[in-house]
Write a protein that binds this ligand. Structure first.
Ligand code: MG
Length: 157
């Protein structure tokens, strides 16, 4: 069995008048994240981790933010595309670990729901979602936006 590992990072700024979608879950908050798609930073980090493991470019090359097809699209759809691409190249996701950094809202109550949704799309129960604040420091600490990091392990199938 061949093993590949990839790493991904993403950040998005908060903006009014949008739903706050993270890990495929809608989270009650007065602001959402700005972006061409639904701006799901956690899923974008996961997509880049999978693409990184495949040595297949990044989210911008596969789903350009200039393409009207991806306007306001659910990032779950982009993640499904990416998992399918991995399959076509002979790989399945064996494990994913991730960390979201957000000052507010408190994400811990939503982590299990995100884990379940992501497990369904990634095709493995070995999905970890962790959430923390930035101790009030920098753009995240000021509540201007959030960031997410992800690592994915792929196995040949
Ligand atoms: Mg993004």
């Amino acid at each position: 069995m061949l093993i590949r590992t990839g790493f991904g990072y993403d950040s998005h700024r908060f903006a009014g008048d949008r739903d706050f979608i993270l890990g495929g879950v809608r989270i009650p908050h007065e602001k959402g994240l700005a972006g061409h798609s639904d701006a799901d930073a956690l899923i974008h980090a996961l997509i880049d981790a999978i693409l990184g493991a495949l040595c297949a470019g990044d989210i911008g090359t596969h789903f350009p933010d200039t393409d009207p097809r991806y306007k306001d699209i659910s990032s779950l759809v982009l993640l499904e595309h990416t998992v399918r691409l991995a399959r076509e190249k002979g790989y399945a996701v064996a494990q994913a670990d991730s960390t979201i950094i957000a000052q507010a809202p408190r994400l811990a109550p939503h982590v299990e729901a995100m884990r379940k949704v992501l497990s369904g799309v990634l095709g493995t129960e070995a999905v970890s979602v962790k959430a923390k604040t930035n101790e009030g420091m920098g753009f995240i600490g000021r509540g201007e936006g959030i960031a997410a990091f992800a690592v994915c392990v792929l196995k040949s199938v």
